[in-house]
Design a protein around this ligand. Structure first.
Ligand SMILES: [Zn+2]
Length: 272
């Protein structure tokens, strides 16, 4: 498997500082998060695009892209919010095209209210994702559909539901397991990985205590990384294990500690 790091690790910095810091730590697969300063779709300068392209060339980096997500729920009951999601996602595809990026994260969304019937919310999500999917397909950008729902507003009742939603998107659509989100959803992340395996392109790795989306360094919460990584190693998974930890007091140290956990788990598998 390949290791990657999301620029969420430097979410309070600007995009160039975030990428430079991760590249200096020796990482070559970097997720560009569109909530980072200087990287909002529609507002990104040619100078920023050129600098990101230069950094990629200099350090041998492959980028993937994560659209803006705050206040943007693809399964929202509010049609104007869904229109804003489509606009933000299409803006992200345009940005991906400027940077030659092939892979884009998309969220499955959640119910606006627990009382919304599941099939109605799923219908909203598939409508949003089909519209975006058509544009992505034309641009040659692959969508990676991420589990982003939990508790009483979840639109997914089982891991199979994410596969069914992906089946309504362009055929190239892959699946993305967010381990922290699965934990809050109450479904064992390894079970998700097993269910989604042939189409599992990427993992978002961050820790929590099973209640909130804390985006902690690996090992700082209650997630069983050994179980998941053993499964991935056994299956010789060749997707991207993207560390998606939020900014910490010492982000460089948080990254190193997270990578140590991955290395330890892999070493244990190799020795088993
Ligand atoms: Zn995620």
């Amino acid at each position: 498997m390949n290791i990657g790091v999301s620029t969420l690790l430097y979410e309070n910095e600007d995009i160039i500082t975030a990428v430079s810091s991760i590249a200096e730590a020796g990482q070559k697969r970097i997720e560009l998060f569109c909530e980072i300063a200087g990287f909002r779709p529609g507002e990104v300068s040619d100078e920023t695009v050129d600098t990101l392209a230069d950094l990629a060339l200099e350090h041998g980096i492959t980028y993937s892209i994560h659209p803006p997500c705050i206040g943007l729920n693809p399964a929202s009951s509010d049609s104007s919010e869904r229109a804003r999601v489509v606009e933000a996602y299409i803006g992200t595809i345009e940005l991906a095209t400027r940077l030659g990026i092939r892979d884009m994260v998309v969220h499955c969304g959640s119910k606006s209210d627990p009382r919304v019937p599941t099939e109605i919310a799923l219908g909203f999500a598939s409508q949003t994702l089909q519209t975006v999917g058509d544009v992505a397909q034309q641009a040659g950008v692959v969508m990676m559909l991420e589990n982003t729902c939990w508790k009483e507003t979840s639109i997914l009742e089982s891991p199979q539901d994410l596969i069914d939603l992906a089946d309504l998107c362009p055929p190239s659509t892959c699946l993305l397991l967010d381990v922290g989100h699965a934990m809050i959803w109450g479904v064992n992340p390894t079970e998700c990985a097993r269910a989604w395996f042939p189409r599992l392109a990427q993992i978002h790795a961050h820790d929590n205590h099973g209640e909130c989306d804390e985006h902690l360094p690996l090992g700082d919460g209650i997630i069983d990384w050994k179980e998941l990584i053993s499964f991935l190693a056994m299956e010789r998974w060749d997707g991207v294990f993207m560390i998606e930890v939020g900014q910490q007091e010492d982000s460089a140290d948080a990254l190193e500690r997270s990578l140590d956990i991955v290395r330890e788990c892999l070493a244990q598998c190799a020795n088993a």
